[in-house]
Design a protein. Structure first.
Length: 278
């Protein structure tokens, strides 16, 4: 879910409608109480170091920091940063986007990489059953020198796991820079610009969606929230392969998250234009 969009996204269908306007969003407002990805903890500099924040100078002050966070994404090739289509579809084609892999976007002197361009799946938003919610942001190769890139899954990878009964008790890492949420009472969305990780239990596998549970009161685990859109989902047994990316969830970030699968024919058709697929 994106942090900067005013519309509340409840389901993928509502998300598609919310993304229909192409107007430039207003700058996000950081909440007072610091926290972030739901029921998570900071990754630090070494864990998930190739998960980054997608940024835009929303307040036009020339300073790129946590106030400018749009979404989360992951490095899947030295020049290719994967995120969600609904994170970029409203920008003009010549918009200057940025990516930072800093673990804290409000730390002084963070490295910010100006993107050289971006594109998203042209089929995005036309079919709520298969939302095609994928985008890639292009980076200069020298800017990511020495960084480890994440792998993508083989075709039908999650289906094969489900057929073997290996998903029913699986847990997944959520990684992102988004807001947190308050577990009880009136929903609140604290934000501190820190990259965090949490875990979620498997809920369901659909033809294009991976659905996870994030009711910490019931499961004792966590989830994702606004600003984590485009962020990766990893099996906790394999934190090197991005299996899905965050698309949507319940509006108050307390129950479920629906993530767009990357092992489907639709996803592979788009991603195969930019990276080598297994």
């Amino acid at each position: 879910m994106r942090f900067t969009r005013d519309a509340v996204i409840v389901t993928a269908a509502l998300l598609a409608a919310a993304c229909a306007d192409r107007g430039m969003p207003t700058a996000p407002t950081a909440a007072a109480a610091p926290d972030a990805i739901y029921a998570g903890e900071p990754t630090g500099t070494s864990q998930f170091a190739s998960v980054g924040a997608l940024l835009y100078d929303f307040d036009a002050d020339g300073v790129i920091d946590g106030d400018d966070e749009d979404c989360t994404g992951s490095l899947i090739a030295p020049t290719v940063f994967l995120t969600a289509a609904h994170c970029v579809d409203f920008f003009p084609k010549n918009a200057q986007l940025y990516v930072s892999f800093a673990p804290d976007l409000y730390a002084g002197g963070i490295k910010v990489i100006p993107a050289t361009g971006f594109t998203f799946d042209p089929a995005y938003g036309h079919d709520n059953g298969d939302l095609h919610d994928m985008a890639v942001v292009f980076l200069p190769a020298r800017a990511t020198k020495g960084m480890t890139t994440y792998k993508l899954p083989a075709a039908g990878y999650l289906d094969a796991l489900a057929a073997k009964g290996a998903l029913s008790k699986a847990t997944f890492y959520n990684v992102g820079y988004g807001t947190g949420n308050t577990a009880t009472g009136v929903p609140g969305y604290p934000y501190d610009g820190v990259r965090k990780q949490s875990t979620s239990e498997f809920s369901a596998l659909e033809s294009t969606w991976l659905q996870l549970l994030m009711n910490t009161n019931a499961t004792g685990t966590g989830g994702d929230c606004y600003g984590d859109s485009g962020g990766p989902k990893f099996l906790t047994t394999d934190p090197t392969t991005v299996l899905a990316t965050v698309t949507t969830g319940d509006a108050i970030c307390r129950a479920t998250t629906k993530d767009y699968r990357l092992d489907t024919p639709s996803a592979r058709a788009f991603l195969g234009q930019f990276v080598a697929l297994p």
